[in-house]
Design a binder for this molecule. Structure first.
Ligand SMILES: [Zn+2]
Length: 115
């Protein structure tokens, strides 16, 4: 139940933020899921009603966006998406040494609250 625990964590982060803003409720929650997290966006959506029950996020519109894995070449600084086409090498200098810049986190991109 990886998705459910992730969902609970996201909701608690969102609710903390909303409480800081003295919100009555969260009306919309937009989440970004990195492709490398192995989290299935559809499952997050499925778990949302259960996980948000009795929280400020209950009844909110819940959107999930999948974020592709992007890496940054350590040789030339180019950011690219490693895939079969480029053989997971930098398209500019063909280096394989790169670090991941996106696609490994699940986080709240934005949310709407009602005060
Ligand atoms: Zn490069």
């Amino acid at each position: 139940m990886h998705e459910l625990s992730t969902m609970m964590r996201l909701i608690s982060v969102a609710c903390n933020e909303a409480e800081k803003e003295k919100a009555k409720k969260i009306t919309e929650l937009n989440v970004e899921v990195g492709e490398m997290t192995n989290i299935v966006p559809e499952y997050l959506v499925k778990h949302f009603p259960e996980a948000s029950k009795s929280t400020l996020a209950e009844g909110a519109v819940f959107n999930v966006r999948s974020i592709p894995v992007m890496v940054k070449c350590l040789s030339c600084g180019r950011e690219y998406e490693p895939n079969m086409e480029n053989d997971r090498k930098c398209p500019i200098c063909r280096s394989v040494e790169a670090h991941i810049v996106s696609g490994i986190n699940t986080e709240i991109a934005s949310m709407q609250i009602e005060k």
